[in-house]
Design a protein around this ligand. Structure first.
Ligand code: CA
Length: 225
């Protein structure tokens, strides 16, 4: 059982989900606006937040960014809008998972349990590949001792690759494992993030050091020394 905060402006959905989640053993508090939801998320410290993207007073993605600036509470986004263009910014802003409306309390409960299971796993020690260090506990990476300024998504990609040094990782694998988009997602999304990451590592595709593209297959992170 978890202490869940539901931020949803639709009264009928809010009531049905609250009841359904309580029946499944969770404690549920709720808010119909973004700002009250943000206050409750910070003050009441729930185990998990379910956030509707379409709120009257603030865009859900904006709220997610504000929440992420002050809290690492797991967030599942509820959206009526599916697809890459909608979901990539949401996941980049720090959502842990999402559900597409309409969904049942039982479906949401399964996502809640999966997200909390992941959040509760002890983070492993920092990974090292050459001069690169990737620390999942502090979510910080350094290159030759200098901190890298990475977005949450870039960090996740780098961490995934650093856990598999020398191994070719496909874009599909990254979409499934890092973006959590097993059935959707465009390769271009991965390409864009890889090119940003490459720039931050101070290298180019034509002269790679750590990040090597394997044409037509994927990418691998190698120790250049
Ligand atoms: Ca709504």
């Amino acid at each position: 059982m978890a202490d869940i905060l539901l931020i949803e402006d639709d009264g009928a959905i809010r009531t049905a989900l609250s009841r359904g989640l309580r029946d499944l053993g969770h404690a549920v508090s709720s808010s119909s606006t973004a700002f009250e939801g943000l206050r409750l998320a910070v003050e009441d410290r729930p185990d998990l937040v379910v956030l509707d993207l379409g709120l009257p007073d603030l865009d859900g993605v904006e709220l997610l960014r504000m929440l992420r600036a002050v809290s690492r509470v797991p967030v599942i986004v509820a959206t009526a809008r599916d697809g890459d263009a909608e979901m990539v910014p949401v996941l980049d802003a720090g959502a842990d998972d999402y559900v597409v409306k309409p969904f049942s309390a039982a479906q949401l409960d399964a996502r809640v349990r999966a997200v909390l299971r992941r959040a509760g796993e002890p983070a492993p020690a920092a990974l090292r590949v050459g001069g690169l260090s990737v620390d999942p506990r502090g979510r910080a990476a350094t290159l030759d001792g200098a901190p890298l300024d990475l977005t949450p998504r870039e960090f996740d990609v780098l961490h995934y690759l650093a856990a598999r040094p020398g191994e070719v990782v496909t874009k599909r694998q990254l979409l499934t494992e890092v973006w959590q988009l097993p059935y959707g997602g465009a390769d271009k999304t991965v390409d864009v993030h890889l090119s940003w990451l490459r720039r931050k590592l101070g290298e180019t595709a034509s002269e790679p050091r750590y990040l090597h593209t394997v044409r037509g297959v994927g990418v691998k992170l190698v120790d250049p020394s």
